[in-house]
Ligand binder design. Structure first.
Ligand SMILES: [Zn+2]
Length: 131
């Protein structure tokens, strides 16, 4: 990954976040930048309602995204972090990918934000790191 590639990715994701409806042009641009099926799989997660946007009472915001193994992962779209194994392997260890489909899906998500208690958020976060 080059610095230029990262800049293009960040620019496209920023655009996704700042529009109400993601245009076909933007989808095509994302598809050209990210690995073959990633945009399709991320869009599928949104369509199948496998994303929840959670805000704790104290203002902490995270996304909960359901993986293909039915396990929920924690995604922080502000830091491009996901608790899934693919993110750890592809991004942290091999440094071969900019993000996983779960992180990308949070940029495509335009749904509601659910308010949860601090305790509910903590319990969810702990469940993400139980192996
Ligand atoms: Zn992930």
């Amino acid at each position: 990954m080059t610095k230029q590639f990262e800049t293009v990715c960040a620019h496209l994701l920023h655009q996704c976040k700042n529009v109400d409806v993601i245009s076909d042009e933007l989808i095509v641009a994302l598809h050209n930048v990210f690995q073959s099926n990633m945009v399709v799989e991320a869009a599928k997660l949104v369509d199948e309602k496998k994303i929840q946007s959670l805000m704790s009472e104290s203002g902490r915001h995270i996304f909960k995204v359901k993986g293909s193994n039915e396990k929920w992962y924690m995604v922080s779209s502000s830091s491009f972090y996901c608790s899934c194994p693919s993110f750890t392997f592809q991004f942290l260890k091999k440094k071969s990918s900019y993000l996983c489909k779960h992180v990308l899906a949070t940029f495509l998500y335009k749904g509601d934000v659910t308010t949860v208690t601090n305790e509910e958020l903590t319990l969810f976060l702990m469940s993400c790191f139980d192996s």
